[in-house]
Design a protein around this ligand. Structure first.
Ligand code: BG6
Length: 497
């Protein structure tokens, strides 16, 4: 059934920022196009720019939406629903009078458009602005209204365990957990949600989803891009905080979790928290940090991290993390989970590789080349989303030879288009569905798990841009016969070539 949430005010803090421009405004325009925005809903952009009013903001939004490639008709439909309110300044937080002025403006807009008082506050802000903004909202009484009130907090949610706990305390001082939507945009990706469908709607996978049948799991989120224009943020963050603590750890919980009692937020989040609680204390010897050096991207030379604009030449920030973790519970005992992410890697690829155990005896050993890899289920999240199960078949002919072939599906061959993560997530916020948002206990356990590593970060090993990370990471994954997945993603043995 098509979800059409009740009309609301959608308030974007950071309304002139990069996220609003590239993701939030296009997602709202698409939701409007799909008739999924409540009929009278309005969007209020809030930012520090003093030279904007509603009309000027609409001009700003028109440019942003045009750049995002939206059709003129969809842009024209969204613009009249946009409003603008100045609040705060570059060198300091907004005053309580400014939050009061915002409250008054929201009440006026609701009266003018006959809105029932439902409000979502989306904090698309730099992390240091979260606490003052939440306090400002609460202090102005914007933590409740005639209808529902929800607050959406972008990542990163904290910088470490202590700061995340402090942020949670401020959030909970004003808002109940049921009002809080912590974003991890990976959860909004259709392909990520499909992991749960793959696992729990198909008996075939659940029956092999355990330590008896699975030898290892690899989660890779590789990016070919470098740090780009985000030097200031990234150099303070690094790959562990930017990608591992949130996106990769969320993927790990979805792969490892038990079957929830229902497909609803509390049940799913409960199972994810259980996974986080079952993580074996991280062995720091099982972690490799890397930092990209000069190399190539798409055939063109690119600078190393230390030569990127805005990066201090002595920076020890990691742009690559490879690690081995274990989920110490009945289902996964002894199965290594390899997590890997990096900037400026060989190619952009987000993929989960579930490697099945070998057959106990090799009936065809005398006919075959030495077996290098077992059967593997690949779940590709991007750039070409789909599933494929790689297994062996006999090559037709008098000689007995085998070849590894993929059996699978690709989204783009079956479906028209996969919606953007932010579209799904904004609709969920407006519909009150917290399933794809991160609970405070998840944040807490996840930061806690990485605390020791954060306190004792290994020195990053250099790797050339365009490679698959430092050799130390290969060594991590090669204790026995492990290989990082990209080495055997393609059919490779017994082929005619
Ligand atoms: C963001 C990180 O959360 O995710 C970025 O801050 C990263 O550094 C991005 O590039 C990757 O997202 P996606 O959807 O392109 O895989």
């Amino acid at each position: 059934m098509k979800r059409i949430p009740d009309p609301s005010l959608f308030v974007i803090f950071g309304g002139t920022g990069d996220l609003a421009r590239r993701k939030l405004l296009p997602a709202l325009a698409n939701l409007l196009h799909d008739v999924r925005l409540g009929p009278e809903s309005r969007i209020v952009a809030v930012a520090i720019e003093t030279n904007l009013d509603d009309d000027a903001y609409r001009a700003f939004a028109r440019t942003a939406l045009t750049e995002a490639g939206l059709p003129d008709a969809d842009i024209a439909a969204l613009l009249p629903r946009l409003h603008y309110q100045t609040i705060g300044r570059a060198d300091g937080p907004a005053t309580s009078a400014e939050f009061q002025a915002l409250a008054t403006r929201l009440t006026l807009l609701e009266a003018e458009h006959g809105l029932p008082g439902n409000r979502a506050f989306y904090l698309a802000l730099p992390p240091q602005a979260f606490v003052p903004t939440i306090d400002g909202l609460g202090g102005a009484g914007l933590n409740k209204s005639r209808g529902w009130t929800r607050v959406v907090v972008e990542k990163p949610f904290g910088h470490d365990h202590a700061s995340a706990a402090a942020l949670n305390r401020v959030v909970h001082a004003w808002y109940d957990e049921s009002q809080v939507y912590r974003i991890d945009h990976y959860l909004g990706k259709d392909t990520v949600q499909n992991l749960l469908v793959l696992r729990f709607a198909n008996t075939i996978f659940e029956s092999i989803w355990n330590r008896d049948r699975i030898e290892a799991v690899q989660i890779t989120v590789a990016e070919d891009l470098g740090v780009g224009t985000r030097a200031g943020y990234y150099d303070r963050s690094g790959a562990l905080r930017d990608m591992v603590q949130n996106h990769l750890t969320q993927l790990l919980t979805l792969i490892a979790m038990e079957i929830p009692s229902a497909y609803e937020a509390d049940a799913i989040r409960y199972e994810k928290i259980k996974v986080l609680r079952s993580l074996r204390r991280l062995d720091l010897g099982d972690v490799v940090f890397g930092q990209y050096a000069a190399g190539e991207s798409h055939g063109a030379p690119v600078p190393g991290y230390l030569d990127e604009a805005g990066i201090p030449p002595t920076s020890t920030t990691e742009t690559f993390v490879g690690m081995r973790v274990f989920v110490d519970n009945w289902r996964w005992s002894g199965v290594p989970f390899y997590l890997r992410t990096g900037k400026r890697m060989g190619k952009s690829l987000s993929q989960i590789a579930v490697r099945l155990r070998d057959t106990p005896t090799s009936l065809f050993a005398s006919y075959d080349e030495p077996r290098e890899t077992a059967d593997v289920l690949l779940v590709t999240l991007q750039p070409d989303p789909g599933f494929s199960l790689h297994f062996d078949v006999k090559v037709p002919g008098a000689e007995f030879r085998m070849v590894r072939i993929p059996l699978g599906f690709r989204y783009r061959e079956l479906f028209e288009e996969v919606p953007e993560a932010y579209e799904t997530l904004l609709l969920d916020v407006m519909s009150g569905d917290q399933t794809l948002f991160v609970h405070s206990d998840e944040v807490d356990h996840s930061w806690r798990f990485y605390s020791e590593l954060i306190a004792n970060p290994p020195a990053p090993a250099p790797y050339p841009a365009g490679s698959w990370g430092p050799p130390e990471a290969d060594a991590l994954a090669l204790p026995e016969r492990e290989l990082w997945q990209e080495r055997f993603a393609e059919p490779r043995r017994g082929s005619d070539s």
